[in-house]
Every structure is written in C-alpha cells, then in structure tokens.
Design a binder for this molecule. Structure first.
Ligand code: SF4
Ligand code: SF4
Length: 394
C-alpha cells in the first residue's frame, strides 16, 4: 500500500500500534519462565512481589492485548515499578532484551491512553478479530530479531516525546530490524532550549542528566531524529561545557540520516515509485550545520518512492526554538517566504528531517498537517523490504 492511499493515512497510527503489539508478543513468547531474573532484580529484593520481576511483568504483558480491550491500568502500574536497570536481561538465558521490551510496552500503553475514543475502539476491534487485521494490514513478523549487534541508543528528544511519539517507535523498529541492539533514552532534554534562553543552570542540569544516561547505557552510537539535539550534543556541549563531561570518542553521536546513510549507502534498493505523486524536501538548518545534506537527500530519494523537488531556495522555516514564541509575527513571515519557495500543490507530501521544522511547517495553511512527514516515516514504510538483506552488525 502506498503512502498516498487514503486508507493508509487514516489507519497509520492504528497500524503502528497493532504491529508493535505483534512484535512484543513474539518477544514475550520466548520467555521460558525459568525465574533466573528474579534473584537479580533490586525491586523484587525490596518488595518480594513476583509481579515486579521481569518474569512477572512478562506474564502480565502476555495479557496486554486483552488489557487494551478492557482499558485497565494494572499492567501499566507494574511496568512502572521497575528501575530499567536491565539486570534481568543480563541474567536471562533466552537473551530477552527486557529493558527494551519494557520501554516499548510503556510507549504503547502511553500512546494508547492518548488515542481518541474512535481509534481506541478500532484497535480493539482488530485485536478481537485478528484475521480481519491480517487481511487489511498483512501479517507482519519481525524479520530480524538479532539483538546481539552494536548498540544504538536512540535519544528521542523533547519534541518527539511531546508531539511525535510514533516516530520514536518507528525509529526503534528500524534499528531493531537492521540488527542493532537498540535502547531508548526519552524524557530528557539536550539543554539547548534553556541555553538559548540564557538559563545556564537548567542547561547544565539537563546536560548532566542526559550525559549520565548516555554513559550508563554504554552505547556504540547515540542517534536522534532531531538534528538540533545532535548538533547540541556534538558541538554546543563542548563549547558550553564548564566541566569535564566529555563523551568518549568511542561513542559516535549521529543524526538519523547520517547513521542510516553510513549503514545503507551501498544497499541496492529503491522504494517503488508512486505515479503522479510528488514529494518536496525541506532541509532543516541543523542538517546543514552538521554538513549532512547529501546524506539526508540520499535517504529521502531512496525511500520516498516519489520524485523529489527541492523548491527554488532551501531557506529556514522560521522556527528557531524560542524565536517562534517570542517573535511570532516574524517567525510566520519567514515561514510564509519558505512556503512560497516550496510552492506546495494539493496533496503533495512535504518531507523534512527535524521535528521542530515539522511543527513549524504545520503552522502554514499551504500544506495539510498529515502530509508533513519525517524521513523516519519513509524508511519505516520500507524497512521490512530491506531488513532481511542486512548482515549482522558485529
Ligand atoms: S530469566 Fe528470561 S526466560 Fe527466565 S523467566 Fe526471566 S525473562 Fe523469562
Ligand atoms: S529492569 Fe531491573 S528493576 Fe526492572 S524488572 Fe529487570 S531487574 Fe527488576
């Protein structure tokens, strides 16, 4: 099914939830209930409750779909009684990546809670009638469940956390399916909103918290779908450090586009072209300042399935962080100029690589909000077609 078809747009987020549930259920079924996770769990040591161990949480999660049918909050409560320390995963003879499993389950539950009454009931309908779900959406199975590869820590950033949670889920799926051992740091801020408004105290606090989380995870790569966050971690942190919190050179910090380009540049794949459909690409300023415009265009071209038009000039969208709030009229005037140069036609898709640009572009009446995509959406759409081709990342 193509990006442009009506059904796809209407059910897109519903489909994400259904596929995520399916993926989780595959992982849950590999638990053999041996209980080796119990003795290492610091929460169990304190409470003595089986439902606080990984085995207990997995048993509860095995009823997740049923839980969504009746909207109870028992699973959510127990999932939250967890330090996400990962000790259970380390002890697990089945190599279950418990931390990733619990984070992903939290994301699904949180997302479900915020869905509209209608969407909740559509999901419930498909859960109750899986054959109809498979008929409409196809039966998606994880093609690459190899979690033994290099470790990618996906940093969602404030805007994905608040406005685009589906992109975090999709990025998670993309990395897992490409064979990376993926974990997530969310609910944290790189500090740039505070630094740019002159609040050094909050900037340092945010930076220290995020730094600590990154170090604890010991990743090979820190990747984000927000180039502003990556620019901040790579450049601003060292310029405004005032301490010795420098990330080891062993940890590579990369924007989503740069990371996937380095992995997929030699891949012999192009998404199916969609007739009469045009995509326009807006280059975020921080993609430019990171010097990865070509990498971003390469990905969009490969995964769009549409012919891409650049527009007459690739200027700023006018968001500029707090600028858009402090100077709304000026911000809108910069946006108008950008939209004029893009010259969006009815039903054209506008792709960009930054959640802040997505928000700002969505303020224009020249493009429908649902027609604004992140490159993550394009890659996610095609990931099953390529995930089987990838070698194990070791
Ligand atoms: S150690 Fe692993 S397989 Fe055993 S009960 Fe815990 S999660 Fe399940
Ligand atoms: S992640 Fe840590 S606290 Fe949570 S269940 Fe596993 S061992 Fe217990």
């Amino acid at each position: 099914m193509k990006l442009t078809e009506k059904k796809e747009k209407k059910f897109f987020s519903v489909k994400d939830t259904l596929f995520s549930l399916e993926e989780i259920s595959d992982i849950l079924s590999s638990c053999k209930k041996c209980g080796k996770c119990q003795s290492v769990c610091p929460v169990f040591e304190n409470t003595g409750f089986e439902h606080h161990t990984a085995r207990g949480k997995i048993s509860l999660l095995q009823g997740l779909e049923k839980e969504l049918l009746f909207d109870k909050s028992k699973i959510e409560e127990n999932l939250k009684v967890c330090l996400l320390c990962g000790k259970c995963g380390e002890a697990c003879p089945r190599n279950i990546d418990t931390k990733t499993l619990f984070i992903k389950s939290r994301l699904i539950l949180n997302d479900f809670k915020q869905k509209s009454f209608i969407k909740k009931n559509i999901i419930r309908f498909f859960i109750a009638f899986p054959k109809i779900k498979n008929f409409i959406f196809g039966n998606q199975k994880i093609q690459n469940k190899n979690f033994s590869g290099k470790k990618v820590l996906f940093f969602s950033g404030c805007l994905f956390d608040q406005f685009y949670r589906d992109k975090t889920l999709k990025a998670f799926d993309i990395f897992n399916k490409l064979g990376y051992n993926t974990s997530l740091v969310s609910g944290e801020c790189c500090g740039i909103p505070f630094l740019s408004s002159g609040d050094m105290k909050k900037y340092r606090f945010s930076r220290e918290r995020l730094y600590g989380k990154i170090i604890d995870e010991k990743p090979d790569f820190v990747v984000s779908g927000c180039p502003t966050c990556i620019d901040t971690i790579k450049k601003v942190w060292s310029e405004f450090s005032y301490d010795d919190l420098i990330l080891s050179e062993k940890i590579k910090v990369m924007d989503f586009h740069e990371f996937l380009y380095s992995d997929l540049k030699d891949l012999n794949f192009s998404a199916e072209k969609t007739e009469n459909m045009k995509i326009k690409w807006h280059t975020p300023c921080h993609i430019k300042s990171l010097g990865i415009e070509n990498e971003a265009r390469f990905l969009v071209d490969k995964f769009s399935g549409c012919s891409i038009e650049k527009g007459k000039e690739d200027s700023c969208c006018g968001f500029g962080g707090t600028f858009s709030m402090e100077h709304p009229l000026m911000s809108m005037s910069v946006l108008d100029k950008r939209m004029k140069s893009l010259d969006m036609k009815k039903d054209e898709l506008l792709v960009t690589g930054c959640p802040a640009c997505m928000m700002q572009l969505g303020r224009s009446s020249s493009v429908k909000k649902e027609n604004i995509l992140h490159t993550i959406d394009l890659v996610f759409k095609n990931i099953d077609k390529i995930s089987g081709n990838q070698e194990e990342k070791i």
